[in-house]
Design a protein around this ligand. Structure first.
Ligand code: HAM
Length: 420
């Protein structure tokens, strides 16, 4: 019997794994330049945090959480998303009182959802996220949307579309919800969807089935039921995005899968991903803090799916030149004394900032040279007994095949020069 990674999960291996590290970093460069601070929260929390934060009627909470009882009898859930944890941490440490508002934070980490696994939809996936807590200002919504947009641009993506909507707030949402429920109840829908109308009518709008979508034509839309304050807020967000040169598409049917959204809701979709097109999403969540027992803390944020971003990059041909250069220099020892000397030399190179490796396991010269090729190194350092006696080493350029003798005392400097 051999073990496999659990269903819906996979391993990141070289050379892709090097690129995924770079993608995670690049996506948040703009956020860090904008003064957001890094936050790391546990990968598991009290189950109630997500029930109350994300919403009891969401698919995430009802179907997708990895929940278990720990040995102390507590109900624990592997985090399905990052926002509830960030708000919990802010409240726990009273960051909202510690300095200037908004509190601006970013994060990067694993998320867990028991979803039907398919390409682009995993049970373990990675998000980078940014949240700005404690301010109600359309400029903040626009700033965050811009920063996500810049993140996708920084990794080279060109085929990302921004969808934008407003879901209203606690003043106008109830009347809209009532109008929507009234409309939906009159439709001929299946049992499960009818049940959903009563629990979470907005989610019905998000049904992807074409026959259901056809029935939804003419459904009341949130944008048409916004109160004056929400309407003005939304218009200002749109105006700022236009001024920033961020193109967007108004999508009055956009509802998000998590219950905490108020006003601004947005999603970034990519045309190369099929059904799992959403590479990122977010919005304003003015009531979340109160839902989990905190003070009023109007906030806005997003999370970008790193795995899907990678798939989108693949679809755009941005990963075609994925090479596996592990190191720049590779050592090939001939004989025991040479092996010991080369071991020290490789360490000297690393300390001088040159990435280097060597043949281990007592390999012969042929196998060691093969190792040099496989490592992707530009140079091999070949050290034999005779070289050792002459205090020199053979430096082989693996691209051209040229070989020169370099004094051992100078080889670090010579290589540094050549690799610049
Ligand atoms: P979300 O839309 O559930 O939002 O997830 C954000 C992104 O994570 C998605 O657009 C997608 O790229 C990625 N993602 C979600 N589920 C999966 C999956 N099963 N496999 C692979 N990728 C996935 C949130 O999580 C909110 N916390 C975003 C937010 C932050 N809203 C306000 N602040």
């Amino acid at each position: 019997m051999s073990f496999q990674a659990p269903k819906g999960t996979f391993d990141w291996l070289p050379p892709q794994s090097d690129r995924i590290l770079a993608v995670r970093e690049t996506l948040v460069e703009a956020v860090r330049r904008a003064g957001y601070g890094y936050i790391e929260t546990p990968t598991f929390e009290d189950t109630d945090l997500f029930k109350r934060g994300v919403g009891e009627s969401t698919d995430v909470v009802t179907k997708e959480m990895y929940t278990f009882e720990d040995k102390g009898g507590r109900s624990i859930t592997l985090r399905p998303e990052g926002t509830a944890s960030v708000v919990r941490a802010v409240l726990q440490h009273s960051l909202q009182n510690a300095g200037q508002l908004p509190v601006k934070l970013w994060y990067s980490g694993s998320q867990y959802r028991y979803e039907r696994a398919q390409k682009g939809r995993y049970r373990h996936f990675w998000q980078v996220g940014a949240e700005a807590l404690g301010a109600e200002d359309p400029a903040l919504d626009a700033e965050l949307i811009l920063l996500a947009w810049q993140g996708f641009a920084a990794v080279g993506l060109k085929r990302v579309t921004l969808l934008l909507n407003s879901l209203g707030d606690k003043n106008c949402r109830p009347a809209y919800r009532a109008a929507l429920v009234e409309f939906l109840r009159k439709l001929d829908l299946d049992e499960a969807t009818r049940a959903r109308i009563e629990i979470n009518p907005l989610r019905v709008l998000d049904d992807k089935r074409p026959d259901v979508q056809a029935k939804l034509a003419g459904a009341p839309l949130a944008v048409d039921h916004l109160c004056e304050a929400c309407k003005a807020y939304h218009e200002e967000v749109r105006a700022l995005l236009t001024a920033l040169g961020v193109p967007f598409t108004d999508d009055p049917k956009l509802v998000r899968g998590l219950d905490y959204y108020t006003r601004t809701a947005f999603e970034f979709v990519h045309d190369g991903l099929g059904a799992q097109a959403s590479v990122g999403g977010g919005g304003r969540y003015d009531g979340l803090s109160e839902q989990i027992g905190g003070p009023s803390l109007p906030s806005v944020g997003w999370a970008l799916g790193v795995d899907r971003t990678f798939l989108a990059m693949e679809a755009e041909g941005l990963l075609d030149d994925l090479t596996s250069q592990r190191v720049e220099v590779y050592g090939v020892p001939l004989g025991e004394d040479a092996r010991r000397r080369l071991f020290l030399l490789v360490n000297e190179l690393r300390q001088a900032g040159v990435s280097a490796d060597m043949a281990f396991g007592g390999k012969g010269v042929k196998a060691a040279m093969k190792g040099a090729d496989r490592s992707g190194a530009r140079f091999a350092l070949i050290l034999g007994e005779r070289d050792l006696a002459a205090e020199a080493v053979q430096l082989k350029d693996l691209t051209t095949g040229d070989q020169t003798e370099v004094p051992l005392a100078q080889v670090v400097e010579v290589l540094k020069g050549k690799l610049q």
